[in-house]
Write a protein that binds this ligand. Structure first.
Ligand code: AHR
Length: 504
């Protein structure tokens, strides 16, 4: 069968305004994310606070709007009080989630300073593993209350006069996971999260709260976990979290590139559970989705198990340092397209993580910072994917893989940035053998011409970047034409494409 793809793009067929927080990321006290990642006093690029300027430049280039902190699994035994006050008095602790040594040189105030410097907001997580309502309230009072109370005055005594005004708070992390410190049953978590949320909203009614969803779709309690916990938390929370990591463990690229369909299915299932709970409660508000951990993660598994088992309690060990291949970047592109397609309900998402740990940005301790393959689709989506997501009326030839049927050869979505008067088409050709022509009818975008076509492609699906070589990097595409209301683009086999159109 002839392979093809055609799409109709119309200003009036809208999914939603995209919440910019969908391009968020995540920094956990894990491996070299914080230490040797964002913070390395003595590094030639370090500023007066010890923050690496080379890393900050790359984060700023990505225009990351919000960064989740401090975990992840780390948060489930985090004692936030250890991380504030005079640095020399902060205790060193055994960090149980990653069996590492936590020095607490960086804590809540330093991280808030770093996010401000890179132009992002903090998404703060509270410990509902080993701690509970009171500790979460104390941290919120410390961060957001102006002054005149125990914890706001403690913050001021630590030299931070203005409150951080952190808007988004996660109620724990992956509390269904047996690996989680203080893991809970759905009823235990639902009750605790409800009481914590109620108290936190009394302290600061302007905050938004994220209830923990399942750790991934493979959890035995998925999606009953969402139904039970939301029945407890519905009145007090605004979002439910989703986490999902994929890997090409069987070295079957066609199957791997179909995994964004799993993500799509996951999102649809969680939306239906949220709507079920809303209906059951005779509720008025929608619970939206915070996809606050997503990425490819599998390359480093064996090494990490070995480090944690045989060489524990190191400070900033190299953990979760996946070196991403070109095919990983394709899947990341497909996952971004999926998130944009669901922008009516997915209001926040975090590429997990940002620096060194399953990250788009890597650092050399005695060298520079460099861009992994996945940096590029994330950069393009964050930079050009702001505005209104348009309903993709898309027809594409399809193929079957080992685990999936009817996988479209092309997946695509368009975003209209009304302010900039630009239309961007994101498209992945996940066919590994053939180029495919995408024909778009851009109807009422009359007068738009091509600004540029950016392509990420590589003959070697397993090619990765390094400190020395950017083997996988975007280049200018030359096979896109705009003729009146028709855009025709030859999408190369296995490629990520960004077609930018604007008023001529
Ligand atoms: O991002 C790495 C880990 O993945 C996080 O700590 C945890 O929440 C998830 O299992």
């Amino acid at each position: 069968m002839q392979k093809f793809a055609k799409m109709v793009i119309d200003k009036d067929f809208r999914i939603s305004e995209i919440d910019k927080r969908v391009y968020g990321s995540f920094i956990e006290h894990l491996g070299r994310a914080v230490y040797e990642g964002i913070y390395q006093p003595g590094h030639p690029t370090a500023d007066a606070n010890g923050f690496r300027r080379d890393v900050m430049e790359l984060v700023k280039e990505l225009n990351v709007p919000i960064v989740r902190y401090p975990g992840g699994n780390f948060v489930s035994s985090f004692v936030w009080e250890d991380s504030v006050g005079p640095v020399e008095q902060r205790p060193k602790r055994l960090e149980l989630a990653w069996r590492s040594l936590e020095t607490n040189e960086i804590g809540v105030n330093e991280f808030a300073k770093w996010t401000k410097a890179v132009g992002a907001d903090v998404m703060m997580a509270v410990n509902l593993g080993t701690r509970g309502v009171a500790d979460a309230c104390n941290l919120l009072e410390y961060c957001n209350h102006l002054s005149g109370t125990k914890y706001s005055d403690l913050r001021i005594s630590h030299g931070v006069k203005e409150p951080h005004n952190i808007k988004v708070w996660c109620l724990g992390n992956e509390m269904d996971g047996p690996w989680q410190l203080g893991a809970k049953t759905p009823v235990e978590y639902g009750r605790l999260a409800c009481e914590t949320a109620k108290a936190m909203k009394l302290i600061d009614p302007t905050i938004e709260l994220v209830s923990c969803g399942s750790s991934n779709t493979g959890m035995p309690t998925f999606p009953q976990w969402e139904a039970t916990t939301l029945e407890h938390t519905y009145d007090y929370v605004d979002y439910v979290s989703l986490h999902q990591y994929f890997g090409n463990r069987d070295n079957d690229t066609e199957d791997f590139l179909a995994l964004s369909m799993e993500m799509d299915h996951f999102i649809k299932t969680v939306i239906s559970v949220c709507d079920f709970v809303k209906a059951k409660k005779r509720g008025k508000k929608d619970i939206n989705l915070s996809f606050d951990e997503w990425n490819v993660w599998f390359h480093s598994d064996a090494e990490d198990d070995d480090t944690m088992k045989n060489r524990p309690w190191q400070h900033a060990p190299a953990l979760l340092e996946d070196h991403y291949t070109f095919e990983d970047a394709l899947l990341v592109g497909l996952m971004l397209i999926t998130l944009i397609k669901h922008s009516d309900r997915v209001k926040m998402a975090c590429l997990a993580q940002l620096v060194n740990v399953i990250a788009p940005i890597m650092t050399e301790k005695d060298g520079g910072a460099w861009k992994q393959t996945i940096y590029y689709p994330y950069l393009h989506a964050s930079r050009f994917g702001r505005g209104i997501a348009l309903q993709p009326v898309l027809a594409s030839s399809k193929h079957d893989t080992k685990s999936y049927t009817d996988v479209t050869d092309i997946d695509s979505v368009a975003v209209w940035n009304e302010e900039a008067d630009e239309l961007t088409i994101f498209a992945v050709n996940r066919d590994l053998k053939d180029d495919i022509v995408l024909t778009c009818d851009i109807g009422n975008f009359e007068g738009y011409g091509l600004i540029e076509h950016i392509v990420l492609e590589c003959d070697d699906l397993k090619a990765a970047n390094s400190a020395l070589r950017q083997t996988v990097a975007p280049k200018a595409g030359t096979e896109t034409k705009v003729d009146g209301r028709t855009v025709t683009s030859n999408l190369h086999k296995a490629s990520w494409n960004v077609i930018r159109l604007g008023r001529k």
